[in-house]
Design a protein around this ligand. Structure first.
Ligand SMILES: Nc1ncnc2c1ncn2[C@@H]1O[C@H](COP(=O)(O)OP(=O)(O)OP(=O)(O)O)[C@@H](O)[C@H]1O
Ligand SMILES: CC(=O)N[C@H]1[C@@H]2OC[C@@H](O2)[C@@H](O)[C@@H]1O[C@H](C)C(=O)O
Length: 367
């Protein structure tokens, strides 16, 4: 058993399955990636990608788990295994071959100030059922070292895009996070800017019974309400002003964040779209003002109202091909898992605030 694993450690090229389930809780992103080399000599090719939506009841359980006022320890315990079993079912259905899995798990609560974060999805279930080693829990060691445990994709951004200057990558998922690129790893700056699609999603869910504002169609019909922007700015000024390292989550940007706002739904969707772009812009202006170009990924890249709003602040906005836009985070998780086997450090202390570099991840073996 160990022999097979030791052989895998010595391989230069590995086929890695990267699994990412983001804060939107919309499903599992599955990327099959061939990876060779390490750090800035790393090469990867995406062999397969699919995003499989969660069954409705599982999505509801995840969203409920986010809310400390209603979720119980029993819910969390069950969900930890239920999620992993659902993930196994999804993967088995694809009939793929791979050497290793990188498993992000589902973040249900993130408390960087308290130095705590929780990702659910029991890695041992995947290791046993799928018969390969699983690297998981990528955030905890950075937190043990006093860091925020996020963003962790900035390592991948540095490896892949690090040679660009005046450029930042921007992933607009539930939360938006940005990496300001630099050739020198120690000069990379990355942080969460605040809401990505999550506030828009909350309103669209509530008033239109849709999971999100498809292609910005609702926003296109609404008007920007300056009084609501002002109110939102007052609520969010503390986070925008705060210097990195900083990360956030659905604990802050949820329905409660919109308390006290009165506005017709379509105007609210339009206004929240504008506010999301504005919060990204103000964060850039304050913390990484040399940014001229943004490489935008994540589901928000498919909302033209949002991307046009971002462009309106004067940035060159580049949107990579559709598969990369959707797959980037899952590819990054595959790369982090591969670097774990290479024994490479993957956090960036300048980004997370950790006291030193470390190899992120824990290993779950199938035997
Ligand atoms: N065609 C589209 N039009 C508008 N918005 C879209 C479209 N496709 C996806 N989105 C938005 O993108 C969201 C999903 O994005 P993504 O999968 O990148 O988020 P995530 O990975 O769950 O979040 P995070 O990166 O914060 O963990 C959806 O909830 C939706 O708001
Ligand atoms: C704690 C947590 O799961 N954070 C996520 C979330 O989603 C976007 C943003 O907030 C980012 O900080 C992070 O994910 C990416 C993958 C990261 O760590 O780079």
């Amino acid at each position: 058993m160990w022999e097979k694993f030791l052989k895998l450690l010595k391989k230069d090229e590995r086929v890695v399955l990267g699994l990412m389930s983001g804060t939107s809780a919309d499903g599992l992103d599955i990327a099959l990636v061939k990876v060779s080399g390490k750090t800035q000599d790393l090469r990867f090719s995406l062999e397969f990608f699919k995003s499989i939506p969660y069954p409705k009841d599982l999505r509801e359980k995840i969203i409920r788990a986010y809310n400390p006022n209603v979720s119980t320890v029993k819910d969390i315990t069950e969900l930890n295994f239920a999620l992993a079993r659902e993930h196994v079912k999804m993967i088995k259905g694809l009939g793929l071959q791979f050497d290793l899995i990188g498993y992000h798990g589902q973040t249900v609560y993130h408390m960087p100030e308290a130095g705590a974060t929780l990702q659910l999805g029991e890695a041992d279930v995947l290791a046993v059922e799928l018969g390969v080693p699983v690297v998981h829990s990528f955030r905890t060691k950075d937190m043990a070292l006093g860091g925020q445990g996020a963003p962790i994709v900035s390592y991948f951004d540095w490896v892949v895009f690090g040679r660009e200057s005046g450029t930042a990558t921007l992933n607009i998922g539930g939360i938006a996070n940005l990496t300001y690129l630099s050739k020198k790893r120690e000069n990379v700056i990355a942080f969460d800017t605040g809401p990505g699609n999550c506030l828009i999603d909350v309103v669209v869910n509530k008033y239109y019974s849709q999971p999100f504002d498809i292609d910005g169609k609702i926003a296109k019909k609404g008007k920007i309400r300056d009084d609501v922007i002002e109110l939102l700015m007052m609520k969010d000024a503390d986070y925008i002003e705060k210097s990195p390292p900083k990360t956030t989550g659905r604990e802050r940007y949820n329905e409660e964040f919109l308390d006290g706002i009165k506005c017709p739904p379509k105007d609210l969707v339009r206004t929240l779209t504008r506010f999301t772009a504005l919060s990204i812009h103000l964060n850039i202006k304050k913390h990484v003002p040399k940014t001229k170009k943004l490489i935008v990924t994540g589901g928000g890249a498919f909302n033209p109202v949002l991307t046009d709003d971002i462009r309106s602040f004067g940035y060159e906005v580049e949107i990579p091909d559709k598969t990369f836009v959707e797959a980037k985070e899952a590819i990054a998780i595959a790369v982090l898992a591969n670097e774990f086997l290479n024994g490479v450090t993957t956090n960036i202390p300048n980004v997370t605030g950790a006291e030193r570099e470390a190899t992120l991840g824990k290993l779950s073996l199938p035997f």
